[in-house]
Ligand binder design. Structure first.
Ligand code: ACO
Length: 427
């Protein structure tokens, strides 16, 4: 970070100078830390579209150019060459790990993959129609109840152990929620399987039938998890950092992240996209008619638009190519993929979408990949959360290490002025 010039602000007869902060990719920010104390004014920024909440060295996005990099490495290279566990280490520790570091981290993941037997029992107490995101967020906090030692986070070693537990156990919880909802017995993890295969094993193996996934299925899930691993200061990550800023532990902060991810304007969009494509398919709605209703603002085209990307979301590009390759290899001919491509084609030629810079985001094609793997719709956002866990952990650590102040935005009050309490009989 450099600080090489200042911005001048005039408020009435007052003029103040504010420092300009420049990031390593030449992004500029006006530092308003002293604004209120010097002028009495605050800034108002609905949806925080112009507000930098922190300085971060984890993920870089250029929304105009469609660039996404984790710790400087382009997402396309990681998608092609890395594993999910290696990408997680890159995000959390800042560098690509050596073979030895990966072996040690993988050992930690294996060591912590099982849940405490009492935690397994919680699954049976949720109604079978429970939303798996509710189960996931509750179970993350439930897990922490059994490890009070790691909540203190006194040294690096405890952090490594807590991070490994969370990355490993979130997958065990996700699979447990899926099994419980489907009335199937829970499948325990295996120590001989790598991360993604082990996840698929817990999701789809049965006591009488071991699931041995095709390499293409494993690869599709690897890709999905890597592409979702971090995305700088989005709603759920900002939530994690907000909660962390109060001094809350890693598990509490990440459970809050799960809740924020749940919403349909964020991680829940992947479910909404599949529901939309299914509705168009089942009711045979012509693309143009559907788009007219979107343009009349009856509803939004789910999986389109992004606060930061004003060009193609690079993750959507990778997932679209992956869907084109993986589905035929698995012998799947999914009509929803054709509908998605049809909608995209119409949207990219339509002035409504062009003028608002609305392009497909990561959720537009991710559901089709998950469906090909055999994941049901109500698990889509849970899969996103499993992928995002390394990013949340990295962002939690960066927030805690920065020893920053508690996040506490201000407001402009617009309510009633002072008035007297009226006893109930006189109302
Ligand atoms: N379909 C139709 N119109 C849209 C869409 C959409 N998907 N997205 C934005 N617009 C329109 C808005 O109506 C608005 O139009 P206006 O200028 O005439 O009022 C304009 O584009 C700008 O929209 P905003 O809501 O201001 O954009 P914002 O940056 O706040 O929202 C968001 C971004 C939430 C992603 C939005 O594009 C959206 O709702 N998309 C659909 C849901 C979705 O796919 N979410 C997943 C995002 S990726 C993720 O979280 C992993």
């Amino acid at each position: 970070m450099t600080q090489n010039n200042t911005a001048k602000l005039e408020l009435g007869d007052k003029q103040i100078e504010l420092p300009v902060v420049v990031g390593s990719e030449n992004e500029h920010a006006v530092d308003i830390t002293r604004l209120r104390s010097e002028t009495g004014y605050i800034t108002l920024d609905s949806g925080f579209g112009n507000t930098g909440s922190c300085q971060s060295a984890i993920t870089y996005i250029d929304g105009e150019k469609g660039i996404l990099r984790y710790r400087g490495i382009p997402i396309e290279q990681l998608a092609q060459q890395s594993t999910f566990v290696e990408t997680a280490q890159l995000l959390i520790y800042g560098e690509l790990p050596t073979a030895d570091q990966t072996r040690r981290f993988s050992d930690l993941l294996s060591q912590h993959q099982r849940l405490h037997e009492r935690v397994y029992k919680h699954f049976a107490n949720f109604p079978s129609e429970s939303h798996p995101m509710a189960v996931l967020s509750s179970m993350i906090n439930a897990v922490s109840c059994h490890h009070p030692d790691i909540l203190e986070m006194e040294d690096e070693h405890t952090f490594d152990s807590a991070a490994a537990r969370l990355i490993s156990k979130v997958r065990t919880i996700a699979a447990g929620a899926f099994k419980t909802a489907h009335g199937e017995p829970i499948t325990y993890p295996r120590t001989d399987l790598p991360y993604v295969r082990n996840f698929l094993h817990m999701m789809f193996s049965l006591p009488y039938d071991d699931y041995d996934p095709d390499d293409d299925v494993v690869n599709a899930l690897r890709l999905f998890l890597i592409l979702h691993a971090d995305h700088e200061q989005n709603c759920s990550t900002s939530t994690v950092r907000m909660v962390a800023s109060s001094g809350a532990n890693l598990f509490a902060s990440c459970a809050a992240g799960v809740c924020a991810l749940w919403g349909p304007a964020h991680g829940g969009a992947n479910m909404a996209v599949l529901k939309m494509l299914t509705e168009i398919h089942d009711q045979q709605i012509p693309y143009k008619d559907y788009m007219e209703r979107v343009k009349q603002k009856e509803f939004r085209l789910m999986g389109f638009g992004h606060r930061v990307y004003k060009n193609f979301d690079p993750r959507a590009k990778i997932l679209k190519q992956a869907a084109d390759k993986i589905l035929p290899k698995l012998g799947i001919n999914d009509p929803l993929l054709d509908i998605a491509k049809g909608l995209e084609e119409v949207a990219l030629k339509d002035d409504y979408f062009i003028s608002r810079n609305l392009y497909p985001n990561v959720d537009f094609y991710s559901g089709i990949i998950l469906r090909a793997i055999g994941v049901p719709i109500n698990m889509f956002t849970v899969m996103f959360a499993v992928g995002r866990m390394p990013g949340w952990i990295a962002q939690w650590k960066e927030q805690v290490d920065s020893k920053g102040r508690i996040f506490r935005p201000r407001q402009i009050y617009t309510g009633a002025n002072e008035r007297d309490y009226v006893p109930v009989a006189q109302r």
